[in-house]
Write a protein that binds this ligand. Sequence first.
Ligand SMILES: Cc1cc2nc3c(=O)[nH]c(=O)nc-3n(C[C@H](O)[C@H](O)[C@H](O)COP(=O)(O)O)c2cc1C
Ligand code: SF4
Ligand code: SF4
Length: 425
Amino acid sequence: MADLRTTFAGIKSPNPFWLASAPPTDKAYNVVRAFKAGWGGVVWKTLGEDGPPVVNTASRYGSLDVGGVRMAGFNNIELITDRPLQVNLDEIKQVKRDWPDRALVVSLMVPCEEESWKRILKRVEETHADGVELNFGCPHGMSERGMGAAVGQVPEYVEMVTRWCKQNTRMPVLVKLTPNVTNILGSARAAKRGGADGVSLINTINSIIGVDLDLMAPTPVVGGKGTHGGYCGPAVKPIALHMISEIGRDPECAGMPISGIGGIATWRDAAEFHALGAGTVQVCTAAMHYGFKIIDDMVDGLSNWLDAKGHARLDALVGRALPNVTDWQHLDLNYKIVARIDQEACIKCGLCHIACEDTSHQAITVSKTNGERRFEVVDKECVGCNLCMHACPVTGCISMIEVATGRKPLTWLEHPNNPLRQAAE
Ligand SMILES: Cc1cc2nc3c(=O)[nH]c(=O)nc-3n(C[C@H](O)[C@H](O)[C@H](O)COP(=O)(O)O)c2cc1C
Ligand code: SF4
Ligand code: SF4
């Protein structure tokens, strides 16, 4: 079995699978059950300043169901922990004492003043937690109070608060980034300049997940009204992967550990995050949907896959796909593929034909022999766009075949149609 142990920003865990700061990590009861199930670590649900705890609405979650798949996207208007600070700190101390081999990181969000951060860091240190994660990401409720995404969207604030925290604690400091920015590198680089030991991303995305057409209000509806919330779950994975790869291949962020978050539900999702540079991964929605037991398949799946690929350790996978992430202008414009239909597997539904005929390149013909329809690709019309392969309901029925052109690779930078190249000549 491949070795899944990780050391992330100096924090050790038996496997890279952590639960993200959210309801699954809200209290000792949950966290102990998660550790018993096999999770490698947790980021405790965000703690705030001492004082009267925050107050939550009753209705607080919304779901995007796609084609019968429940919770393909998930949204919440929940705030940080609504339990008293000291209760949380006592539980954290006890859990860390009982589970010394697991990673226990504490998520924090306090007002943007150095004294507030200093105060809470001191109290978290007393719990012997492994590190802190600064929640600069929450897009609703707290950002209106000058915290969460209100800090994370301004690189100067990210740098300043990170520096305060580094100066006021010996614990590793992770900075959790908000995706609600146009360029993630602004805040990632700021975290690095501030001395962050690592970044974690993504937090949730600003969203209205739906509108109740009877109540004429956004969901989740609270007494007839709704508000924007934080979007997460499988639907956000592509956004998270992109942001992680941007940080992973940025020379200014080089060497900064990344904890990948966003739509991870299976070992394969996790492997993709690792391949783009994530040292650990964090999970929220999938645990809220299916419970803590999903960790079994994640651990087995990842280590079996590493074994099959001949990797003894997880480290061999981290960042492995990054050299192949590039900008569009560096792609080979002479690379040619065409679609192939496996006639044995085809169920004659015609979706590929309609997709190509109506919206692509009219490259799939339909004919009838003995009353049976037959769909075929006309190679010379096919531009290899992949649309039919994705539209086909039978997995593996349409595959894309590389065609040898005998031409050398040609990028946009060298292409004769590129006006900038012409200008340079
Ligand atoms: C109900 C709910 C509450 C959350 N609360 C917090 C929080 O208190 N602090 C935080 O940093 N992130 C919070 N998050 C964001 C998650 O930690 C995570 O970044 C996000 O859900 C993306 O991961 P996922 O797609 O696996 O859910 C919350 C998410 C959900 C769904
Ligand atoms: S790959 Fe694109 S162009 Fe070719 S057959 Fe399929 S949909 Fe048509
Ligand atoms: S979409 Fe797939 S199954 Fe349907 S006709 Fe085309 S190749 Fe056959």
